[in-house]
Design a protein around this ligand. Sequence first.
Ligand code: TYD
Length: 212
Amino acid sequence: MNRGLFITIEGTDGSGKTTQIRNMMEHMSSLGCKVLLTREPGGTRISESIRSIILDPAYTEMHNVTELLLYSAARAQLVEQVIKPTVAKGQTVICDRYTDSFFAYQGYGRGLDMDMLEKITTTAIDGMMPDITFFFDLDPEIGLKRRMTAAAGDRIENEVMEFHRRVYDGYKELAAKYSDRIKTIDASKPVDEVWKDVRHQLEMVLGFIRQV
Ligand code: TYD
C-alpha cells in the first residue's frame, strides 16, 4: 500500500489558514481522498492537555525552555499516535502548524538556539517531515488588524507585534531555504483568489503523486 501524503499549514496569526484548510478538506474529500485533519499543539489526548498548559494566559512565568520542551513533547506524541500510523495506512494527514512553527516562533521569535531546536525536533518527529507545506504569507500587521478589537493596540499589543514580526521574517527565511517543500501563498489576496492558488498547488502535488 502506498503511504499517504503529509501536508502542513503554516503562517502567522490571522493569516486565514482556517478557511483554506476547510476548503482543502472539502476538495480532497470530493476527489475521494481520505483526509485526517489535526493540529499543533494538540491532536491527541496528551497533546491537547499539553496545549492547554502552553496556551494558558495565566502562566505568564513560563520559561522559554519549558515552552519549547512542551511543544516538542506534544509533537512527539502526535507523530507517534496519529501522523505515522495514518500516513502508513495510505491516508492523507493535514496538520495545522508543525515544525516550521517551532523554528519560526521558538527559533526566530524567542531567539532560541537553532541547533538545539534541530536536535530536539529530530528526536520528536523521528523522520516524519511533511511532503508539502503551505505558508500563508501575510504581513502580521494586517493579520493582527483583522483580529483587532477596539480595546487592542496597547503596549502589550505592540510587544506582541514585534514578536510576530520576527516570527514572520523567520517564516520568510524558512520558505526561501526550503522552497521545494514550502509553497508560499499570497494571503493578502481576496479569499477566493487565495483558494485558487492553494488548489492549483494542491492539484500539482496530487497529480505528481498519481504519476509516481
Ligand atoms: P493556535 O490558537 O492554534 O494558533 P492559530 O489559530 O493562529 O494557528 O495557537 C497555537 C500557537 O502556538 C500559535 O501562536 C503558534 C504557536 N506555536 C509555537 O509557538 N510553536 C510551535 O511549535 C507550534 C506548533 C505553535
